[in-house]
Design a protein around this ligand. Structure first.
Ligand code: G6P
Length: 282
């Protein structure tokens, strides 16, 4: 049986279900081109989706993999994380083979985006599932006649059984900006990062793959094109203050985000930039 891509409704919103013969599957909402679920063969869900997420077709959805563009977090005048996660994207590419499924969704500027950010652009997110791998590639093209700059991220919410029992390996030696400590720049010196308090860090120029280890499973996290890695967990108090996250939601999630946050990316007219995040279930 070949892989399939079919339109579905997910929490009442238009979405796509991707499935491969070996049993990998994913759900992608058209709203935000947001991957909301991914399970490699074997069926274990690897992404966290908040049980309190709001599916109203315009709010940002808490969980899965939001696309942050053209601004990461509050690094500029736009609404937090830009507007891409609040817009409906169009399905423009569907490809499937014996054991892969690929969907491409696009977003282009319109009056509403230009009112916030006065540039002509086209964004394409390609989502591929193949064996135990999920691959997301974001390509931004400048379709206008003046250069623009942006920051961006694939804001991946990973599902964990218990966040305090999880370790992120591979960040040793990289410097990071610590939002929980007045944006101070620090250097990571541990052999693994264990989340035991609110964590909100932008690691700079991370040049190697990371490993998220739990007792019973691991996940490889790699990026290309995105120079930075954001690690975010809101912990107890912030979790309680976030309306669309249950009070104990922070225990079940850990964001490891592929980002271009430290230095804005500059794109000349007619040119493109791309960045990719790959997750491999181990
Ligand atoms: O609540 P959101 O706008 O979705 O942002 C959620 C989080 O995203 C990123 O990880 C930022 O580093 C955090 O500072 C922010 O709190």
């Amino acid at each position: 049986m070949p892989a399939t891509i079919e339109p579905i409704e997910f929490h009442g919103q238009p979405a796509l279900r991707l499935a491969t013969a070996s049993g990998a599957r994913a759900v992608v909402a058209l709203h935000g081109a947001q991957v909301l679920s991914w399970a490699p063969p074997g069926g274990e869900e690897r992404l966290y989706l908040s049980p309190k997420a709001v599916f109203d077709g315009h709010s940002a959805v808490r969980g899965g993999i939001p696309v942050c563009f053209p601004q990461f977090a509050d690094l500029g005048p736009l609404p937090a994380h830009g507007f891409a996660r609040n817009r409906r994207w169009s399905l423009t590419t569907e490809r499937s083979g014996k054991d892969f499924a690929l969907a491409g969704l696009t977003l282009a500027d319109d009056e509403a985006t230009r009112a916030l950010w006065p540039y002509a652009f086209s964004a394409e997110l390609s989502i591929l599932i193949e064996d135990s791998r999920l691959d997301l590639e974001l390509e931004i093209t400048n379709t206008g006649d003046e250069a623009f700059e942006f920051t961006a991220a694939l804001h991946t919410y990973l599902a964990v059984r218990e966040v305090e029992e999880s370790r992120i390996e591979g960040l040793h030696g990289f410097s990071y900006r610590d939002k929980t400590d007045a944006d101070r720049i620090q250097r990571d010196s541990g052999d693994a990062l264990v989340i035991e308090s609110e964590t909100d860090r932008v690691y700079h120029e991370v040049s190697r793959p990371l490993l998220l280890r739990e007792y019973h499973r691991s996940l490889g996290v790699n990026a290309d094109g995105f120079p930075d890695v954001v690690v975010w967990n809101p912990w107890i108090e912030r979790s309680a203050a976030i309306a669309d996250l249950p009070d104990d939601g922070f225990r079940r999630m850990l964001c490891i985000e592929a980002a271009a946050a430290r230095q804005p990316v500059r794109v000349q007219p007619g040119e493109s930039w791309w960045g990719r995040q790959t997750l491999v279930a181990l």
